[in-house]
Design a protein around this ligand. Structure first.
Ligand code: NIG
Ligand code: FE
Length: 417
């Protein structure tokens, strides 16, 4: 089936010239095209044609973009969307001066969400999570990563991954499941880390891999969560099994997570709010993506990651919401893009590269999607604006009006009247 996308006011291709990621100055070149159409064949970008040649093209279907702005489908590469319950009480505690870490130490935090998830059935979780995914799709997100990490028992981690798998199989967007059993130690193993590590490495990791419930393994390397030796052990075994790796690290402290991620060739390190100056150069390689989550700094009101220094040193920077109930209850990637401008001091072009091709790189999908290049998946977001700077300027507003996945419209909002 051939589909022609025509009459875009402008197309932001995020062209990488076949390289499939952007570092340094490249982040700013987002390949704006005018008077061009896109020919899609069987869900793949077949051609990018100038106006004259597209007039002659035959297609079964035409999508008229009526002067709107066409971008690659946005890639949301770090979320904890699979949760139940509310932590509004903890939010209020923090407003009164208790810190996120103090709440976690006293048995709240991640553990309070674990309790809510354990009490929820598979069907209840499906009902709770579905509208969250719909909201991501309405923002122009066509690829979405979702982590487990709020079950923390054999049964409940698998239950969460099965919920994510249900969406992966039934929805048209790409959903990338990540196993985050090493999120924190559950109460029953609080004083027996060894046994929980055994449960992860000997039971959960092999079962999940064998049943294709996750392709990625993530962990939280932090005081009060997993230390670097524990992450080292999990990563060694996960890697041998065939998983790809990512790591939450340098969020509140600097306890050796970065070196473990580098040692195991993790695809990304996420957070980095406490990244030290001497460690910045360790990320000067496209081999590892630095996933920055400015919504967490905003929600918890603390340090922002050193985005400018990372970009200046050649890091491959991506941006994501980290949507979760405790440290960033913000599911708007557009709002996070505005924060990246205001607080990370990234410019509008860098931010677009960070939420498209570089986020795809963090998920190892960069050769397949993340930019508008011939041969890639026909995934697009369509914004009702003339210039891409409107996205970060209109803070918290959803100006995406159409989401296209593999050449098919999966979301559309009428803006005519
Ligand atoms: O990425 N840092 C660890 N995990 C999440 C927060 C989880 C929670 O508070 O529920 C994060 O910030
Ligand atoms: Fe996270």
């Amino acid at each position: 089936m051939k589909v022609l996308l025509k009459n875009a006011g402008r197309i932001i291709t995020v062209d990488t010239k076949g390289k499939n990621y952007k570092t340094g100055k490249e982040l700013e070149s987002i390949g704006a095209l005018e008077n061009h159409s896109i020919l899609i064949e069987n869900g793949i970008i077949k051609d990018i044609l100038n106006f004259r040649s597209s007039v002659k093209v035959k297609s079964e279907k035409v999508i008229d973009l009526k002067g709107k702005l066409l971008l690659p489908g946005l890639v949301e590469c770090h979320t904890h969307t699979a949760f139940a319950g509310s932590r509004a009480n903890e939010f209020l505690m923090r407003l009164n001066g208790t810190t996120y870490e103090e709440i976690a130490k006293s048995g709240g935090g991640i553990i309070s969400t674990v309790k809510a998830v354990r009490q929820s059935t598979f069907e209840e979780l499906i009902k709770i999570i579905r509208p969250r995914i719909d909201y991501f799709i309405s923002q122009g997100i066509t690829t979405l990563e979702i982590k487990s990490g709020y079950g923390l028992s054999y049964y409940d981690e698998i239950k969460l991954l099965q919920v994510i798998d249900f969406f992966r199989k039934s929805l048209t967007i790409d959903i990338v499941p990540t196993f985050l059993g090493a999120h924190t130690f559950p109460p029953e193993y609080k004083n027996d880390h060894k046994s929980y590590l055994k449960l992860i490495t000997e039971e959960l990791l092999p079962f999940i891999f064998k049943n294709k419930l996750a392709e990625f393994v993530d962990a939280f390397c932090e005081k009060g969560a997993f230390n670097s030796a524990e992450v080292d052990l999990i990563f060694s075994i996960a890697k041998d099994l065939g998983y790809k790796l990512r790591l939450h690290t340098e969020q509140f402290n600097n306890i050796g997570g970065l070196d473990i991620a580098l040692k195991h060739k993790a695809l990304s390190v996420d957070h980095l709010e406490m990244l030290s100056d001497q460690d910045i150069s360790k990320l000067s390689s496209p081999e590892i993506v630095s996933v920055l989550l400015p919504g967490v700094s905003f929600f918890l009101d603390y340090n922002y990651a050193p985005a400018r220094k990372l970009i200046e040193n050649g890091a491959c920077v991506a941006i994501s919401t980290d949507y979760n109930p405790g440290s960033c209850n913000i599911p708007s990637l557009h709002f996070i893009m505005s924060l990246a401008a205001l607080k990370l001091k990234m410019n509008a072009e860098e931010i677009i590269s960070a939420v498209t091709i570089n986020s795809a790189k963090a998920l190892d999908l960069h050769t397949k999607l993340g930019s508008i290049e011939i041969g890639k998946q026909a995934d697009f977001s369509v914004f009702d604006i003339k210039d891409h700077s409107e996205i970060i300027y209109n803070i918290g507003q959803n100006l995406n009006v159409m989401t296209i996945k593999k050449g098919e419209i999966i979301y559309q909002r009428n803006t005519e009247n």
